[in-house]
Design a protein around this ligand. Structure first.
Ligand SMILES: *[C@@H]1O[C@H](CO)[C@@H](O)[C@H](O)[C@H]1NC(C)=O
Ligand SMILES: *[C@@H]1O[C@H](CO)[C@@H](O)[C@H](O)[C@H]1NC(C)=O
Ligand SMILES: *[C@@H]1O[C@H](CO)[C@@H](O)[C@H](O)[C@H]1NC(C)=O
Ligand SMILES: *[C@@H]1O[C@H](CO)[C@@H](O)[C@H](O)[C@H]1NC(C)=O
Ligand SMILES: *[C@@H]1O[C@H](CO)[C@@H](O)[C@H](O)[C@H]1NC(C)=O
Ligand SMILES: *[C@@H]1O[C@H](CO)[C@@H](O)[C@H](O)[C@H]1NC(C)=O
Length: 352
């Protein structure tokens, strides 16, 4: 009894050594699966067998993915890192995972992903980055991962995503992007057009809820009428998804005012770059124009009245003086008629 127990445990140990199952993980040689989920791991286990195709690491407290983390796992197809504390991902972390098909990163604390981080994953089919703190997606996402069928970016801090990036995913079937503060300006029109086409082709998409501009807050981008984008330039301005920080601060400074009017003044965006609710700005513009015109007219009238007053006063003063002098002349020479004509002339000329 005791002997057989020792025998089996040593057999298991032997198997573990041969297959090299990492400490505290369970391994299944037949399916080439290594399960290290929910083991309170703080790091990626270092001795994962190189033949491994499925690696479960979810539900641990892993914080860093460095460039050697998966360096000797070229056959890996499924990698689940969901529900960890990952905040730092080396740009070379996945460079040797050329067969990876599913990468699950949900429920971590990633703020930033390097441009080329997924560049080697040409076979990637499902990428889940939901429930992180991403402000932008890597710019070259889609450049090499064109076989993606599932993209999860729910519950992040994303404001925009380039239509040109989405258009690279020719096989995409599902896009989940709810719970982001989407910025539904003119740039979003490209996204909206892409979404409509995507749905038409049978794709699945959840709700992309607008956060800004203020008057579209809470609105599903799909339900924003195209009429709102009438003033937009025909081809949306070439924003890249990585430039969200700048617009972030821009919009924070606009809080409490009407973003679409302030943006005009900023000169950062195209003059017509915000979709606008029609009635208010029109009447507002009329009101401003009326005030300006009234002001200008009043000013002109005032100036004219001032000129007239000055003219009148001067005329009155000169006439008074003339009459006084005339009286004096009459006083001195009551019968002198010739003098008055001579003296009136220069006065008239001076007034003219
Ligand atoms: C394995 O589990 C034991 C007991 O829970 C723990 O003391 C040990 O540190 C773990 N090893 C690793 C590599 O996490
Ligand atoms: C990568 O992380 C592992 C632990 O997960 C560590 O042993 C190794 O030294 C690190 N390598 C580099 C290059 O930082
Ligand atoms: C996430 O992992 C923790 C342990 O690290 C666990 O308690 C929790 O239930 C997990 N949550 C989900 C949604 O799996
Ligand atoms: C990633 O894992 C979460 C749970 O941790 C799960 O809800 C989600 O469906 C997974 N995503 C994919 C693409 O498998
Ligand atoms: C996409 O998948 C096809 C077949 O599934 C494969 O031949 C190709 O190499 C993959 N990668 C790219 C970038 O098309
Ligand atoms: C994406 O690929 C194109 C060529 O296919 C290249 O011109 C462009 O620079 C790449 N973008 C990034 C961000 O790597």
């Amino acid at each position: 009894m005791r002997g057989s127990l020792i025998f089996t445990s040593s057999l298991i140990l032997l198997l573990h050594v041969a297959w090299g199952c990492p400490e505290n993980c369970s391994c299944q040689t037949s399916s080439k699966m290594v399960d290290c989920s929910y083991r309170e791991l703080l790091e990626i286990p270092s001795h994962v067998p190189p033949q491994t195709q499925i690696l479960y690491l979810q539900g641990n407290q892993i914080r860093i993915i460095n460039q050697t983390s998966f360096a000797n796992l070229p056959g890996l197809k499924i990698l689940d890192l969901s529900n960890n504390s990952v905040s730092i991902v080396s740009p070379y972390a996945f460079h040797s995972l050329r067969s990876l098909q599913i990468l699950n990163f949900t429920k971590n604390v990633i703020h930033y992903l390097e441009n080329q981080v997924f560049a080697s994953l040409a076979d990637l089919k499902e990428l889940d980055l939901s429930s992180n703190r991403l402000f932008a997606l890597p710019e070259s996402l889609g450049n090499n991962t064109r076989n993606l069928t599932f993209l999860g970016i729910k519950q992040n801090q994303l404001q925009r995503i380039d239509r040109s990036v989405l258009e690279l995913f020719l096989n995409l079937k599902v896009l989940l992007g709810q719970g982001n503060p989407w910025h539904c300006n003119c740039h979003a029109m490209g996204l909206k057009l892409w979404m409509e086409n995507f749905l038409y082709k049978g794709g699945t998409i959840d709700e992309l809820t607008c956060s800004t501009p203020e008057h579209l807050n809470g609105r599903d981008l799909l339900t924003v009428p195209f009429e709102m984008y009438k003033g937009c330039p025909p081809s949306p301005s070439p924003y890249i998804i990585g430039s969200s920080h700048q617009h972030n601060t821009e919009h924070r400074s606009n809080n409490g005012r009407h973003g679409h009017h302030v943006d005009h003044a900023d000169g950062m965006l195209h003059p017509e770059c915000e979709p606008k609710p029609k009635p208010r700005p029109a009447s507002l513009r009329h009101a401003i124009a009326t005030v300006v015109i009234t002001g200008v007219v009043c000013g002109i009238v005032c100036l004219m009245m001032l000129a007239a007053a000055v003219y009148g006063c001067a005329y009155a003063a000169i006439m008074a003086r003339y009459h006084r002098e005339l009286k004096e002349v009459e006083h001195l020479a009551p019968a002198g008629e010739h003098g008055s004509a001579e003296e009136r002339e220069p006065l008239d000329r001076s007034l003219a």
